[in-house]
Design a protein around this ligand. Sequence first.
Ligand SMILES: [Zn+2]
Ligand SMILES: [Zn+2]
Length: 188
Amino acid sequence: MKIGILRIGPVDHKVLESLRENIKTVFPRTGCDILPDTLPLARDALNRQRGQYRSDILLATISIYAGKMRGIDRVLGVTEVDIFVPGLNFVFGQAECPGKAAVISLYRLRPEFYGETSDFKLLMDRCLKEAIHELGHTIGLGHCNNPFCVMYFSNSILDTDRKKSVFCDKCQLRVLNFLEAEIDNEQI
Ligand SMILES: [Zn+2]
Ligand SMILES: [Zn+2]
């Protein structure tokens, strides 16, 4: 599986570099690259009253982009802005389940958002968890009821900090089955 990381608006390059390295440690036999493009933040995704962007609209633009990409199986959009879906105050990310496109926001992963001092390692821990979670959705995984599994739904940053950046045994088996089936398909 080839994963492309795509900027949605300007994004800290150090975060993307670190994310690229970390994703490869969780997904076996997977390539991960930072794509050269930057998608602009869609104007119609901005809700001025809330000061937030609609993640479903951003996801739709990523999905169109992903559909045109050759040789990339999944596109993970990363944005610095705060995102939401109607009915929820905010989301850490969103993904097609299954599909090619996913998006995560760094906005509420930064310790500064909670009044704490900046901490790159903590930011990257959180960032990896949310990225793996959304990529898990793109290969068809739903939410897991194990609070330590990366596929556990994060209602708040406490849930994100509690869970690990890896899949529980049950979810890991599904990931491996998926990756194996994909390799078989490539060989046919
Ligand atoms: Zn989820
Ligand atoms: Zn699980």
